[in-house]
Design a protein around this ligand. Structure first.
Ligand code: UT7
Length: 325
């Protein structure tokens, strides 16, 4: 049976660090409020480079670590909802920058669940033998789509890109079990970038300013804590595993309190959950691969380890993937 496995990880994070105190200088907020409600202490915010620059940096690092020539890449999938352009997709821009001229490149949009959805899509191409390798990067520049006068959203997010190289394997390893889910009837809970159907033949007015991120934080909080627990339990059941068998859980880093609730409901020791939200804030589709890359860089992941990636976000959407490293 053909499976896909992660053979390298990498990231492209902007250099500029903005602390909670920096934010308190430009809006009515405080380090105390942000830390207590979210666990966030700082975030990386672009000082001008657009998302394609970060995603290209991540892609180059991944390929270098894998010792792979970009011309041998067969598939590039970027998970994002903040690409530089509406079209072309981010993946095509990265393809050009890295010189992966034989690859097929496209984007997947599933907000904060995006990396899990994109990984799942790549996994299907590899399992069915269509391609033998795939670069999957989750990248987001939320700083350009939040209203910097809306303290209830802008303090929560950060910019970044990170991802993996997947390759086929015939061993019992790699992506083992997954669950993806969508709940479109709750789409209005988390939105951004609405564009009206204005054109020259109707009187629908165009927007006079950009439509920024709108979020019912409490509704997302409730949804996330419920879905993480249900989905992780279902995936473990399907794999015939218990939480004791899992070395690490890597949750989407949206709010440390969401992770705390999940820890207590799942009755899993907190040390098994990797948390780095204090340094990056919520980087949406980049959050899970950024955590995975950090753990990989620190040598925390050993062959055979069972790891659970779990995320949720706009759509609303969620996903859980069980990996044997
Ligand atoms: O990746 C998926 C996307 N998002 C999420 O997962 C977010 C999930 N939700 C959350 O993380 C939390 O709901 C938030 C962190 C967004 C908000 O926490 P909360 O405990 O639900 O606070 P709240 O929205 O109920 O606001 C409480 C108070 C309000 O003041 P009043 O009405 O009680 O006087 C807000 O105006 O906190 C105020 N507030 C702030 N105060 C200082 C809101 N934002 C801020 C701020 N600084 N940045």
């Amino acid at each position: 049976m053909i499976r896909s496995k992660i053979v390298a990880t990498g990231a492209g994070i902007p250099d500029q660090v903005i602390t909670n105190d920096d934010l308190a200088k430009i809006m009515d907020t405080s380090d105390e409020w942000i830390t207590q409600r979210t666990g966030i202490k700082q975030r990386h915010i672009s000082s001008g480079e657009n998302l394609s620059v970060l995603a290209t940096r991540a892609a180059r690092q991944i390929l270098e670590r894998a010792g792979m020539d970009a011309r041998d890449l067969e598939l590039i999938i970027m998970a994002t909802c903040t690409a530089d352009y509406g079209t072309p997709c981010l993946a095509c821009m990265v393809q050009k920058e890295i010189g992966a001229d034989r690859a097929v490149a496209f984007d997947v949009t599933a907000a904060c669940s995006g990396f899990l959805f994109a990984t799942s899509v790549a996994d299907k191409f590899l399992r069915t033998g269509v391609y033998k390798n795939a670069l999957v990067v989750g990248g987001e520049m939320i700083s350009k789509i939040v209203d910097w006068t809306d303290r209830s959203t802008c303090v929560l997010f950060g910019d970044g890109a990170a991802g993996v190289l997947l390759q086929t394997t015939e061993e019992e390893e790699g992506i083992m079990v997954e669950e993806l889910g969508s709940k479109g009837d709750m789409y209005e809970v988390l939105t951004d970038g609405y564009t009206p159907a204005a054109n020259a033949f109707n009187d629908v007015p165009p927007l006079d300013k950009m439509d920024f991120v709108h979020m019912d934080g409490r509704a997302v909080f409730k949804f996330a804590t419920k879905k993480i627990v249900e989905s992780v339990n279902r995936v473990l059941d399907q794999a015939g595993l218990t939480p004791e068998d899992i070395k690490y859980f890597i949750p989407h880093q949206a709010n440390a309190r969401i992770i705390d609730v999940a820890v207590s409901k799942l009755k899993i020791p907190k040390e098994k959950f990797y948390v780095n939200i204090e340094r990056y804030a919520n980087t949406s589709s980049a959050s899970i691969p950024t955590a995975l890359n950090e753990m990989n860089e620190m040598g925390m992941l050993q062959k055979g380890d069972k790891i659970v990636l779990c995320g949720f976000g706009g759509g609303l959407s969620w996903g859980t993937i069980l990996i044997t490293w």
